[in-house]
Design a protein around this ligand. Structure first.
Ligand SMILES: Cc1ncc(COP(=O)(O)O)c(C=O)c1O
Length: 405
């Protein structure tokens, strides 16, 4: 059965909002490393890596070995997360804490980026006994109703506005320490400032180190917390373990890459802040059936260990800056291109026209490259390949982008 047929079948049974129809149709069949094959066997170079969830690419040997050991040893895929944990959950959490900067000592797991944000919001409310949040324009923090209160953009918010707690959320320009923001924090009603140190879906926009430092300082002065949403930037994507290794924050949310393709996320902080939560006496106040899922944590542990063993964070930083330069040299003079942005393997090519990124995505699919748009009005093309993408494949894809851009 070909991709079009699969999509027709899907269209017949899936909610209209879920999957768009693109020409030519593409349904993933198999994938290895940074190569994806459609159900009819057409090959694509993957510059998206599962929305940034696959630091090791598809079906890495470490991933396969983990699945095999789960089968061979009858390891538990689903324990009772908040009651009787699996061994793999404990092993993963120890690996995660060792992987992160030392101030992050205490974690809570969930399944998605949005859920990590929900956990961070509740942690900040417990810890400060306040209930307001500060966020920034173009921020993306997920689409569950709590996290959607923080996410910007009418497209996502408008239909559900009446359920979003807008009076408790103050929005400020990204990257600017304005007098108004400073005054807002001084009101001492803000539980936390929620910030992506690099806005991913917002178009790979970087907050400067000075701004992030000031933000941390101002939150400390006012008794608020600073939450870094590193769901996208974490695990080497932006060339650091997490950006919180360099820029200070109180609470860190990670997701996407920590599961190596499995649904896994974490809200992490110091023991002191996390101790605002009461001790569980058998009933957790924030939990989910699949939190701490055995199979996901087993894959997550193997992923983090492999990222370190293969020195992929360093590779992301170096290769990212190398290809950013390459793109600047070849695209810098093009009238259709406004800017090449980003850090590590988290880059964007912004066009001068709306929907430039969408147009490029569609052209690239026809020549065997998968990349998706980001930023407002789909103006940018996002490049977030696996951290171990072979250089030959990466440059082959970049040259196709350059010829179409
Ligand atoms: C910075 C950031 N936060 C949160 C989320 C939401 O993650 P999820 O889609 O896993 O809920 C995303 C998703 O792209 C993200 O980029």
């Amino acid at each position: 059965m070909d991709s079009s047929r699969y999509l027709e079948n899907l269209k017949a049974i899936e909610c209209r909002d879920s999957t768009p129809w693109f020409e030519p149709a593409l349904v993933y069949g198999s994938a290895v490393g940074s190569k994806v094959y459609s159900v009819e066997g057409a090959s694509y170079i993957d510059l998206c890596a599962g929305f940034g969830t696959l630091p090791l690419g598809h079906n890495h040997p470490a991933f396969k070995k983990t699945l095999q050991s789960v089968l061979d040893q009858n390891l538990v895929t689903q324990a009772l997360g908040d009651l009787y944990p699996s061994k793999s959950k404990v092993d993963f959490m120890e690996t995660l804490i060792a992987f992160l900067p030392s101030k992050f000592t205490t974690a809570a797991l969930s399944l998605s980026g949005a859920q990590a944000i929900e956990f961070a919001m509740k942690t900040a409310m417990y810890s400060t006994s306040r209930d307001e949040f500060v966020v920034f324009d173009s921020g993306y923090h997920g689409l569950d109703l709590g996290s959607l209160s923080l996410t910007r953009g009418d497209f996502f918010r408008k239909p559900f506005e009446s359920w979003l707690n807008s009076s408790k959320v103050k929005v400020f320009p990204y990257g600017v320490m304005s007098h108004e923001l400073s005054q807002c924090l001084k009101s001492k009603t803000v539980a936390a400032v929620v910030c992506e140190p690099i806005q991913g879906r917002g178009g790979m926009r970087e907050g400067s180190a000075d701004w992030l430092r000031e933000l941390y300082h101002e939150t400390k002065q006012s008794g608020s917390l600073l939450i870094f949403d590193e769901v996208f930037t974490g695990v080497g994507r932006a060339g650091e373990t997490v950006l919180a290794a360099k820029d200070e924050c109180d609470i860190l949310c990670v997701g996407k890459a920590i599961g190596g393709g499995m649904p896994l996320s974490a809200c992490v902080s110091s023991r002191e802040i996390m101790s605002a939560w009461p001790e569980s006496d058998g009933e957790a106040r924030h939990t989910g059936t699949f939190f701490g899922h055995g199979l996901s944590t087993a894959v997550g542990e193997a992923t983090l260990k492999t990222v370190i063993q293969e020195n992929l964070i360093h590779r992301s930083a170096n290769l990212g800056s190398e290809i950013k330069d390459y793109l600047k040299v070849h695209l810098g003079q093009k009238s259709s291109v406004k800017e090449i942005r980003g850090r590590g393997l988290m880059l964007a090519i912004e066009g001068t026209e709306p929907f430039y990124g969408v147009k490029l995505m569609n052209q690239l699919r026809k020549v065997g490259v998968i990349a998706i748009p980001c930023g407002s009005q789909g103006r940018s093309l996002a490049l977030t390949p696996a951290l171990n993408i072979p250089k030959v494949e990466l440059y082959e894809a970049l040259d196709k982008i350059i010829s179409l851009a």
